[in-house]
Design a protein around this ligand. Sequence first.
Ligand SMILES: [Zn+2]
Length: 67
Amino acid sequence: MPNKHILEGFQCPKCNSEGPFQIEITTTFLVYDSGVDEQTGDNEWSETSRCQCEECGQRGTVATFRS
Ligand SMILES: [Zn+2]
């Protein structure tokens, strides 16, 4: 069944898995001198973010995992 939410259009080019994938995500946290506190930003990735298939280990970028 094709992904319909945040992984819409994603599919592994090697094993055709539709997830899950390990994706390099950029976000923002509130950081104090004592440590990292709450997440304050959205989860974002781009076409060039690193992506890895959890099923077969295929690595690439988000662009290579989007059909
Ligand atoms: Zn795969």
